[in-house]
Design a protein around this ligand. Structure first.
Ligand code: M6R
Length: 610
């Protein structure tokens, strides 16, 4: 989704802004722009398409300035073109604004501003804000006050940055519902919608909260609430290094992140498994674990891949903790009238911690007095901060739009939470120890599967021209079928559907002919024989079968066209292994189709608008 960067200091801001925007490219965007102030002169450059085009244009224009703001736009209101790209500006081109989010009452505001004589160039909701601020400045308000008063008139969500030639030594930023971080440097300061864009310059950050506004100068900053109360902000240290957000020799972030999974899962588990006691230790849930274990129902809410992880969590928690679990799409949950009882616990899963629907669902549950717990990857993200307590997955930055290591680490954390609760309830120390021993072996088993990369790449060659795919699995592997299908469709644009294997007979079987590839997730577990029967049914109709099977399974080979054999583990952990070949399959099909794997069309890494 849209990205924001900004710089104020003694260096030329333009290369810093361009570099920051490049670091935000992974979020998904369709146009970009920068606005800068040099003394009393303001200028801007915008372009449709990639940041590299913007870079060439700004080099050709030769602009240089010590204060600037930059933006990548993911179109919501108005098509992707230069006019709709940010920054937006006032008639005199003395005021420049970039905005993430949606101004819901923009039509009302626009009508009022038009009556005052304001002319609009773009089709965006964002442009009303720059004219609104301008109207307050014309009434002799300073920039900070003009922004603050304007925001009091706005309904909707925003992360904004504003600069003006009238007050050329400051950037004003404000946040509501869209992330915004200030980076603190030495006689220079930065802003960004995502710490990834800052860490090349500083590890000291200040997280803006909703309804806060700040003035940033080269050597200081001050914050207030938009209702004019002074606020003391804390400076945090971010533990992230540049290597984590570069491709490190891989052709794509997605492949790098798939390959990082052994280490990512190790990091998720590190220090959290107490073998002697057969239990998990989760510092982030301290003070809340008993409440969670005693809850009468757990509702897990998420979107996309995180929602698939939640479904696996449902199987885990119901099997081992004996607590009924419901899994909800955040977007549905927030707009229903969900029944939340006092004994319920709500768990919100989000890689980015910024997904608008998940965040809104969390706030609604919190407003109703529920216990809200988060499972997030991005440290300091909105969901992590809004939750009463939670667990970080420690996967490290995930840049590829298609979630890979986020999923396997979410499953690892769900397994840890399950173990923690299960041991507080009826699971014995002996069984707890068995689970831990299996968990400890998972990273090595992932490594083993990753060694099959070349083999999976060869299988992928056969499916470059496929137009449909079916993914089937049962029990714990049904959510993996959904996840495999999502991976393929989002990066290769091949239509794919995931189903519980037995549901095939109730409809999808009609689709099967000699052109339909069907991926079966069929490890040797308690439902293996049933899945084999489903494989037979597909074979009888000449479907092309890819089987993800256990390494000691020799029976399946005669039934499938391609088999990928993987190590076994206990059922609850199997999805962490079975998903890996599906990630690689999707990756190689997309690469062979020549597609942009890391930034698939129309998609954004973090969906920060509804
Ligand atoms: O950051 P989140 O985990 O909240 O994101 C949720 C979904 O947008 C995300 O999982 C999406 O489905 C992935 N791109 C799929 O690979």
């Amino acid at each position: 989704m849209c990205g924001i960067v900004g710089y104020i200091g003694n260096k030329n801001s333009v290369p810093i802004l361009i570099e920051g925007l490049k670091r935000l490219e992974y979020r998904g965007y369709d146009s970009a722009g920068i606005g800068v102030i040099n003394g009393k002169i303001g200028s801007f450059v915008k372009s449709k398409g990639k940041v590299s085009v913007l870079e060439e244009k700004s080099a050709a224009d030769g602009i240089e300035a010590k204060i600037g703001i930059g933006h990548t736009r993911w179109a919501t209101h108005g098509e992707p073109n230069e006019i709709n790209a940010h920054p937006h500006f006032n008639e005199e081109k003395s005021l420049f604004l970039i905005h993430n989010g949606i101004i819901e009452n923009y039509n009302v505001l626009k009508t009022g501003l038009k009556k005052l004589g304001y002319k609009f160039l773009s089709e965006t909701d964002s442009e009303v804000l720059v004219h609104l601020i301008d109207s307050y400045m014309k009434k002799d308000h300073g920039l900070f006050q003009a922004v603050r008063l304007s925001l009091n008139q706005v309904e909707g969500t925003y992360g904004i940055a504003v600069i003006s030639t009238k007050e050329p030594n400051k950037i004003i930023v404000a946040k509501k519902g869209s992330p915004l971080v200030i980076g603190i440097g030495d006689d220079e300061n930065f802003i960004a919608s995502d710490v990834n864009a800052l860490i090349a310059h500083t590890s000291q950050v200040v997280y803006m909260e909703d309804d806060e506004i700040a003035e940033i100068n080269a050597d200081s900053f001050r914050a207030k609430s938009i209702h004019d109360k002074d606020i003391e902000k804390e400076i945090h240290d971010v533990e992230m290094n540049l290597d984590e957000i570069t491709k490190g020799g891989y052709p794509h972030f997605m492949l790098k992140e798939i390959m990082e999974q052994p280490e990512a899962v190790r990091n998720s588990l590190r220090g959290r498994l107490l073998l002697d006691e057969g239990i998990a230790r989760l510092g982030g849930l301290q003070g809340f674990a008993d409440r969670l274990a005693n809850s009468k129902r757990i509702i897990i809410t998420a979107c996309g891949t995180s929602w698939h992880a939640a479904l696996v969590g449902e199987y885990m928690l119901e099997q081992f903790a004996g607590i009924p679990v419901e899994v909800e799409y955040a977007s549905e949950f927030r707009y229903r009238n969900p029944i939340i009882n006092k004994d319920d616990a709500l768990l919100f899963i989000s890689q980015s911690g910024e997904t608008a629907d998940t965040l809104a669902a969390l706030k609604e549950a919190k407003r109703r007095g529920a216990l809200v717990l988060g499972i997030c990857n991005a440290v300091g993200s909105s969901i992590a901060r809004e939750s009463h307590a939670g667990v970080y997955t420690h996967a490290g930055p995930e840049i590829g739009v298609a979630s890979t290591k986020a999923f396997t680490t979410q499953l690892s954390v769900l397994a840890l939470i399950t173990l923690l609760i299960a041991r507080k309830k009826h699971v014995s120390i002996v069984d707890g120890k068995e689970i831990i021993k299996e968990m400890q072996q998972i990273p090595e088993k992932i490594e083993k599967i990753l060694q099959m990369n070349d083999e999976i790449e060869k299988i992928a060659e056969n499916f470059v021209d496929s137009t449909n795919f079916l993914y089937l699995g049962r029990g714990y592997n049904f959510p993996v079928a959904l996840e495999g299908a999502l991976k393929l469709k989002e990066i290769s644009y091949i239509h794919a559907e995931g189903y519980p294997a037995a549901e095939m007979k109730h409809g999808p079987i009609a689709l099967i002919d000699e052109n339909m590839p069907v991926v079966f997730i069929a490890p040797t577990d308690s439902v293996y024989d049933k899945v084999i029967s489903n494989i037979e049914e597909v074979k009888a109709r000449k479907g092309i079968i890819i089987g993800i099977a256990s390494e000691n399974d020799n029976k399946i080979d005669s039934l499938v066209d391609y088999s990928i054999k993987i190590p076994d583990t206990i059922r609850m952990l199997m999805p962490i292994l079975t998903v890996i070949p599906l990630q690689l399959l999707a990756y190689h099909v997309a690469v062979k189709k020549g597609l942009n794997v890391d930034q698939p069309r129309n998609l954004a890494k973090s969906v920060t608008v509804e």
